[in-house]
Design a protein. Sequence first.
Length: 242
Amino acid sequence: MTDTVCAHPRAFIFDCDGTLVRSMGMWIELGPQVLADYGVSVTGDDLARFESLSMYGECCAYHDTWGVGNDGDEIYGHMMELLLERYRTVVPARDGVKEFLESVKAAGIPMCIATSTPAHAVRCGLSANGLDGYFDVIVTTQDAGASKDHPDVYDLALDRLCAHEGIAVPDRSDVWVFEDALFGLKSSGSVGYRRVGVYDYEGRSAREDVRANCEIFVDEFTELDLDRILSYCRAGKDEARG
């Protein structure tokens, strides 16, 4: 944590799964289902080590670890079919997220997504929940060439967002990352991004760990409004964490 006063937010970078939409329970079930279709029995906890990888990287890891499928591409195709169906039918938006995004849009703060999930799958989940109109820029860990254990995807997302908006790339301390995953909060924070930690009870990150690795912590977006972030920026104090 730092008490350095930050400027007015210049951009917001959102994770998707577990942050914008409540999909982590689906994801934890998806890997075991894919492997079960190949005759391998595992639990969601058995696959936790692959969580920070891109979806394609995770599928390749399944092939390398258990020898299933002809290659990672085959497993990826099967997983994508299951994933798109679930995004369309069973994955809801986080409580209060649409109202928050609307307030950010009204304030003119540019927004983008940095995710480990393929962009077209993310757009499917956003569209099913009426959130697709808020994001023109979606950047994946596969685009960045590194998992969310590293900050590369946030940097690339910021670069592409600024190019899309026709604005200069701001200092990271003027940009906020919204994340539920501990590894993403740590990697983005390590290079100076401000962070809103969004706890997801379906995910693998402990509530106390998420809270300890962000400037502002919430259980739901219903607890967050733009004034709370602006207050932190004005004060640069820990009291805004709540």
